[in-house]
Design a protein around this ligand. Structure first.
Ligand SMILES: Cc1cc2nc3c(=O)[nH]c(=O)nc-3n(C[C@H](O)[C@H](O)[C@H](O)COP(=O)(O)OP(=O)(O)OC[C@H]3O[C@@H](n4cnc5c(N)ncnc54)[C@H](O)[C@@H]3O)c2cc1C
Ligand code: FES
Length: 305
């Protein structure tokens, strides 16, 4: 078994740039216990697709809204059921209400998406590294994502669009299982129409007569029109899709340290204490979830890590 490294616990609002390790981050004095959830009230639940819902939350206390960076996640606690890591899907420049887009896959996510307005839930965080989109200033920016993976990327897309002139071409390559599973469809059309984003969508399976593209999102990477030598990519989705997309981007000439991925692992504490999220020498909750492909490539090519 690999050695277990116990990093310093991260402060609840500590952020670490992708690629550095939490152990090298300065130890902050904790004025809030990161293991104690803050109470939030569900103000609205919006159904996005058949199984995916966006929860809007307001603090139940009078404290300011949670300050977060694009790519960070929280631990959401459905009282009496359990706690799960979920990325924040809202706009970092408008932190209230707090938004999370959640796919109903099991007991805790079901309890969260079925919470009626007025229900209290617990929130810990924000935790983890951010997409740090400023690093892509002056580059062509390519977002590659599939299914619910668009939710953790949405704050990064909104960051880029908030400063659109600072970037070259902006492309969003999005794949979903079927046309009915397309997330934020209206918003993607708006980004294309108003923000000069080249949005390309594809679906894995389509009913007879469907007029859009059919195929895997990774096939779009090979043909996408941008300058790979001046390209910066942000990739989020199932691991097999991220590996294939990152390989394709790198083989087109995008530097591996300019390809960032958001990793998912089973999590319990979210602050580098329990070891549940270990990926060889990394704790995904504090060293990630966003990490550069240059660091992830050797880990992603080993099965069962
Ligand atoms: C950093 C991070 C950010 C995430 N962001 C989002 C998000 O924005 N929206 C969203 O819907 N989900 C997100 N997830 C995944 C989410 O945490 C899991 O779907 C959730 O933990 C499932 O819990 P459950 O009790 O509902 O289902 P369970 O019964 O625990 O699991 C149901 C199924 O999901 C799989 N699963 C459980 N946990 C994970 C996990 N961490 N990663 C991958 N597969 C898992 C199980 O193997 C099982 O097949 C994120 C996970 C991480 C680590
Ligand atoms: S160390 Fe506990 S979830 Fe990462």
């Amino acid at each position: 078994m690999d050695d277990i490294r116990i990093p310093e616990p991260a402060a609840p609002d500590a952020t670490v740039a992708p690629g550095s390790t939490a152990a090298s981050a300065p130890m902050a004095l904790l004025d809030v216990d990161p293991m104690v959830p803050r109470r939030y009230v569900v103000t609205r639940v919006r159904q996005d697709t058949r199984d995916t819902f966006t929860l809007l939350l307001d603090p139940a206390d009078c404290e300011p809204p949670l300050d977060f960076k694009a790519g960070q996640f929280t631990m959401l606690h459905a009282f009496g059921v359990g706690e799960v890591p979920i990325s924040i899907s809202g706009d970092p420049s408008h932190p209230a209400p707090l938004e999370h887009t959640i796919r109903n896959v099991g007991a805790v996510t079901r309890a969260l998406v079925e919470a009626a307005p007025g229900t209290e839930i617990g929130v810990r965080g924000p935790f983890g590294t951010s997409w740090a989109v400023d690093d892509a200033t002056g580059h062509d920016v390519v977002f590659v994502t599939g299914g619910i993976g668009l939710a953790p990327l949405r704050p990064a897309i909104l960051d880029v669009l908030g400063n659109r002139d600072a970037y070259g071409k902006v492309l969003l390559l999005y794949g979903s299982r079927t046309p009915d599973d397309i997330l934020y469809g209206h918003e993607m059309h708006r980004w294309a129409d108003l923000n000069d984003v080249n949005v390309q969508m594809t679906v894995d399976n389509a009913p007879y007569g469907y007029k859009g593209k059919v195929g895997f999102v990774t096939e779009l990477v090979a043909r996408a029109g941008f300058d790979p030598r001046n390209g910066f990519a942000f990739v989020c989705g199932p691991e097999v899709m991220m590996r294939s997309a990152a390989n394709s981007l790198a083989s087109r000439g995008v530097a591996k340290d300019k390809i960032r991925l958001s990793m998912e692992r089973s999590m319990k504490c979210g602050v580098g204490l329990c070891g549940h999220c270990q990926l060889r020498e990394l704790f995904v909750c504090v060293d990630g979830p966003v990490l550069p492909y240059s660091q992830l490539e050797p880990l992603m090519n080993v099965r069962e890590l």
